[in-house]
Design a protein around this ligand. Structure first.
Ligand SMILES: [Zn+2]
Length: 429
C-alpha cells in the first residue's frame, strides 16, 4: 500500500492512505496498516476511529494468518480487530458514452458492482441535450431500481479531447455533434448530483488501479470503443497531461498514406484500426453484399456489433475477417510498442466495447509484438485483458468519484485535478 507521512498538515492524505489500505485489504488490522504505511500506530488508530465514526469502516474480530494484509502480520494466531470498509457507506455511478448507447454502473465502496444498465441513444444526429437527458434518465433508473442511498456523485467517461479550463467541455471527435459540450454542467443540472468528468481511457486506467491490490504499478491501458484511446499510469500515478488528454494513442500516425482522421491529421491509428476502420476494410475486400450475407448490418450505429461479428467469424475460419483484424492488431501493436519504449511501463491492459469478441486476438498479437520492447531483458512486460471489460470506463469513472469524495486531497494517487469536480453540495468529510 501507499506510504503515509507523520507530518501534521497531511492528515487528509493519511486518511486517504489508511482508507485505501483497508479497502484493498479487507480484514487488515491497525498494526498491519501502521507497518505498511509507515504511520505510527497512534496516528493509524486516530484515523480509524474517525473512519468508524463516519460509518465508512467497520470492525470485526478475525484470526489473521501470516502473510495476509498489507504488512507483515506478527503474532499470527492472536485475535486482532479486523477492519473492513462498509460497502454501502458510499456509492457512485459511472457513466460511459459510446456512439450507440450509454452505459451506467453503480459501484460500492468495496469495489463491488451493485447494478449495471444500458440505454440506447437516439440517432447520431440528435442534439447533445437529448443524449444527456437519456443519460440522466439512465442514472435515475439505476439508482431507483437498486434502491441505492448514499450516492456520492456521477463519474463520466467520454472520449477526448476534453477541455478542463473553465466548465469541463468535451469535443469527442467520434461522437457526432460533440463540440465544446459542457458535459459536467449539463449532467449536474439533469441529475442534481456532483459530476466528475474523465477521458474514457484514463477512466478505465483509474478503475483498473483502484480495484487492484498491487501497488507501484506502471501500465498503459488501451481502450478500444468507437475510437482508440490510452490511459497512462506510472508508479500508481495517473498521467493527465496539460489538459487531461494525455495518452491519446489513437491519434499517433500509424500509416502516413492512410485515410484522413476527424482530428485533422492523416492515417491516425484510430482511422486505420478502430472498429469502423476494420469493418470498412472487410467490406472493401468482400463487397457489401457478401458482408451483409456474413451478418454485418453496415449502419453507422451498428459498427461495434459488426466488429463483434468479424471477431466471431475470424475464429470460425473466415480468413478475410482474420486478416483485417490482424492488420488492425498489427497497427495497434506498433503504436503500443512505441509508448512502452517511451514510458517504460511493465503492463499493457486492454478493454472497451470494441474488444468484446476480439480482445484475446489482440492480446496475443500484442504479446508477440511487445517481445521487441527495449526493456525485455530488464523486466517482464505483461499484456492482459482488463477485468472490467466493456464497462471499464464507467467503472473507472465511478471509482474516481468514490476516491475523490472520500478524501479532500486526492494528491499522490489518481488525479490531483479537483477542478474536474462540480459539486452542488459541500464535499462530505
Ligand atoms: Zn486523428
Amino acid at each position: 500500500m501507499r506510504r503515509g507521512t507523520n507530518l501534521p498538515w497531511v492528515g487528509d492524505y493519511n486518511q486517504a492512505v489508511v482508507l485505501d489500505g483497508i479497502r484493498r485489504h479487507p480484514g487488515t488490522s491497525r498494526t498491519d496498516l501502521a507497518g505498511a504505511s509507515g504511520l505510527t500506530l497512534q496516528t493509524v488508530s486516530n484515523i480509524v476511529r474517525r473512519l468508524v465514526e463516519r460509518g465508512l469502516v467497520q470492525e470485526g474480530v478475525a484470526l489473521l494468518r501470516p502473510g495476509t494484509g498489507p504488512g507483515a502480520v506478527r503474532g499470527a494466531g492472536k485475535p486482532r480487530t479486523a477492519l473492513s470498509v462498509r460497502p454501502g457507506a458510499a456509492l457512485a455511478v459511472g457513466v460511459q458514452f459510446e456512439r450507440e448507447h450509454v452505459d451506467a454502473v453503480l459501484l460500492d465502496l468495496s469495489g463491488v458492482v451493485v447494478g449495471v444498465d444500458r440505454e440506447p441513444l437516439p440517432d447520431p444526429e440528435a442534439p447533445v441535450e437529448l443524449v444527456v437527458a437519456h443519460a440522466a434518465g439512465l442514472v435515475r433508473r439505476l439508482i431507483d431500481t437498486t434502491g441505492a442511498v448514499g450516492v456520492r456523485g456521477v463519474g463520466v467517461a467520454v472520449p477526448g479531447p476534453l477541455d478542463f479550463a473553465g466548465p469541463v467541455r468535451s469535443s469527442a471527435i467520434n461522437l457526432p455533434g460533440w463540440r465544446g459540450v459542457a458535459i459536467a454542467d449539463l449532467l449536474l443540472r439533469a441529475t442534481g448530483l456532483p459530476v466528475l468528468v474523465e477521458n474514457d481511457a484514463t477512466a478505465a486506467a483509474v478503475g483498473d488501479l483502484w480495484r487492484s491490490r498491487r501497488t507501484g504499478r506502471s501500465f498503459l491501458y488501451v481502450h478500444v470503443g468507437a475510437g482508440i484511446g490510452g490511459g497512462l499510469v506510472l508508479r500508481d500515478e495517473v498521467l493527465h497531461g496539460e489538459s487531461g488528454n494525455a495518452g491519446e494513442i489513437g491519434h499517433v500516425v500509424a500509416d502516413p498514406a492512410g485515410p484522413p482522421c476527424p482530428c485533422g491529421s492523416v492515417g491516425c491509428l484510430e482511422a486505420v484500426a478502430a472498429p469502423a476502420a476494420v469493418v470498412r476494410r472487410y467490406v472493401e475486400r468482400v463487397g457489401s453484399r457478401a458482408a451483409r450475407a456474413a451478418g454485418l448490418r453496415l449502419a453507422e450505429r451498428t459498427v461495434l456489433d459488426d466488429h463483434d461479428v468479424l471477431g466471431t467469424r475470424a475464429g470460425a475460419g473466415d480468413t478475410v475477417a482474420a486478416e483485417v483484424l490482424d492488420a488492425a492488431a498489427d497497427d495497434i501493436a506498433r503504436v503500443v510498442l512505441g509508448v512502452v519504449n517511451v514510458l517504460d511501463v511493465s503492463e499493457v491492459v486492454l478493454g472497451g466495447a470494441g474488444l468484446r469478441r476480439t480482445g484475446e486476438r489482440l492480446r496475443v498479437a500484442l504479446a508477440a509484438r511487445l517481445g521487441a520492447a527495449m526493456t525485455r531483458e530488464v523486466h517482464p512486460l505483461g499484456v492482459r485483458l482488463g477485468e472490467a471489460g466493456e464497462q471499464a470506463g464507467a467503472l473507472g469513472a465511478a471509482s474516481a468519484v468514490l476516491h475523490e469524495s472520500l478524501s479532500s486531497t486526492w494528491a499522490g494517487v489518481h488525479a490531483p485535478v479537483r477542478a474536474l469536480v462540480i459539486s452542488p453540495v459541500a464535499p462530505v468529510h
